[in-house]
Design a binder for this molecule. Structure first.
Ligand SMILES: Cc1cc2nc3c(=O)[nH]c(=O)nc-3n(C[C@H](O)[C@H](O)[C@H](O)COP(=O)(O)OP(=O)(O)OC[C@H]3O[C@@H](n4cnc5c(N)ncnc54)[C@H](O)[C@@H]3O)c2cc1C
Length: 447
């Protein structure tokens, strides 16, 4: 038996389904997929992060007596070359539409054995008693009591009886050969996932209380590592449970939001592009409005700071994601798909199911979504979660000496003669009223 171990979003050697189920002779591979890379901007930070992570994986595999062949090509072309020499491909599941299409093509050449290695749950399991999938998070989460309350979840152990297939392992393309410039990353991304988790365990007790204050460093910052499988969600779960810390339950619950959105995308693949709840909405198609949101030129300080920070770093705190997505879909009444696509382009931790699920949540079109009449007021949000304007000042340096109260009152900055700040592009209460009316109409018409 000769197997290809195709690493994709599981770039680790510990708790690895591929290294557990591998037997006899193996060729571990990673493919920098031309179909994906060729459409990305050349300064995309994620490519630097993935590139570094792939090299670390190669190094870790070498310590196990294995190695990693790294390709820059279309997956189908790689497997066309390998198909006659190997019997099957082992890989982890991936449910977004491109991945499903790509895997179907590869399967025509070689049998593909997929493992549920990027998530804790197998979405095929955990259905309601009537055999249909859950659509609401709380009952879904409650149904998982046996798992969430367990002291640990079984991890995959390495099969030590595998041997490396001979291959030209040294032909690793440089990042330049992939067509990208190496980018400076936020400093925490240079740390390994387990160190980040260790640091987070020291503050996990106040996570529930502090996690919404976006100027604080109160969350785990593990999402990008999770996205590329540098650590598995099972390992995080087990380390937290073993750590003797208090008040970790809320954090575990958040990990299962990630599971929930993956479960929803698996069972409802149309939700990648269509409103989950089926309502039809006539969105505002004004491209200038959308551009102002993307560039952080809305005239609403908290929205502008969050978007500028995203554009500069690829990062955005969860609370800020909720505020800017509510502003786009409710106050500007722009289609959630536009925001989802923009986040997909920019976020370092971009993950299709969490991004789609969260955008549909914010726009009140999704599974277990925010009710359409609950619309964030961005000024109230900034006054509640960044009273002193610490985050806003850290991003918009020209505002560093401004009295923070001006950030939390509509148009207070633009009316101040000392600053050149634009007037807010929409009136918050009028746009809120308009969104509620239009959502109500859309809901009534879809009954
Ligand atoms: C509009 C919008 C878009 C989003 N897009 C993404 C995305 O593309 N990729 C992504 O990983 N998360 C996304 N999220 C969820 C969330 O914002 C991030 O997971 C979180 O900010 C990552 O920071 P952290 O690792 O410090 O999280 P922590 O608060 O430390 O949480 C730990 C882990 O739990 C998971 N998690 C936490 N909150 C959520 C959530 N609401 N939904 C799903 N998983 C969650 C993440 O894997 C996270 O790493 C989005 C949220 C919104 C509102």
């Amino acid at each position: 038996m000769k197997q290809i171990l195709w690493f994709r979003r599981d770039l680790r050697v510990s708790n690895s389904a591929l290294l557990h189920y591998a037997k006899n002779e193996v060729l571990p591979i990673f493919i920098f997929d031309k179909n994906i890379l060729d459409s990305l901007p050349k300064d995309d930070r994620r490519v630097t992060f993935i590139y570094d992570s792939v090299l670390k994986l190669k190094k870790s595999l070498k310590t196990l007596g294995l190695d990693l062949a790294i390709f820059y090509d279309e997956p189908i072309k790689v497997f066309e070359k390998l198909k006659n020499e190997f019997d099957e491909v082992l890989c982890s599941v991936d449910f977004d539409s491109y991945a499903i299409k790509r895997d179907k093509e590869v399967e025509k050449l070689l049998p593909l054995r997929r493992f549920n290695d990027s998530f804790i749950l197998n979405p095929n399991e955990h259905l309601k008693s009537d055999g249909t999938p859950y659509k609401v998070f709380t009952p879904f989460y409650k149904s998982l009591n046996l798992i969430t309350e367990a002291s640990s979840i079984e991890e995959y152990k390495l099969n030590e009886n595998i041997r490396l297939s001979s291959f030209a392992y040294d032909n690793t393309p440089s990042i330049k050969e992939l067509g990208f410039e190496k980018q400076e990353l936020p400093s925490f991304l240079y740390k390994d996932a387990k160190s980040l988790l260790e640091e987070f365990l020291l503050k996990i007790e106040s996570y529930q209380e502090d996690r919404d204050y976006f100027y604080k460093d109160a969350t785990s910052k593990l999402s990008a590592h999770l996205r590329f499988g540098l650590i598995s969600a099972k390992e995080i779960f087990n380390i937290v449970k073993k750590s003797n810390v208090n008040n970790y339950e809320f954090f575990i619950r958040e990990l299962f939001w990630r599971e929930f959105y993956n479960y929803i995308l698996f069972h409802f693949p149309n939700s990648e592009k269509e409103n989950f709840n089926g309502i039809k909405i006539e969105w505002n198609k004004d491209e200038e409005d959308f551009k102002k949101w993307c560039e952080g030129k809305t005239g609403v300080p908290i929205i502008d700071a969050a978007m500028i920070h995203l554009n500069q770093t690829g990062l955005m705190h969860n609370r800020l994601r909720m505020i800017v997505s509510s502003f786009l879909t409710k106050n500007l009444f722009i289609d959630w798909r536009k925001g989802e696509e923009y986040f997909a382009l920019k976020l370092l931790d971009y993950e299709a199911s969490s991004n789609i699920g969260s955008w549909q949540w914010s726009s009140s079109t999704g599974a277990d979504a925010a009710p359409y009449f609950r619309i964030f007021n961005p000024y109230t949000q900034s006054s509640k979660f960044d009273k002193e304007g610490i985050f806003i000042k850290s991003v918009i340096k020209e505002l560093k000496d401004v009295d923070a109260r001006l950030f939390h009152t509509e148009n207070a900055l633009s009316s101040n003669l000392f600053f050149d700040y634009p007037k807010a592009m929409v009136d918050i209460s009028l746009s809120r009223k308009r969104a509620i009316e239009l959502f109500k109409k859309a809901k009534d018409e879809s009954l």
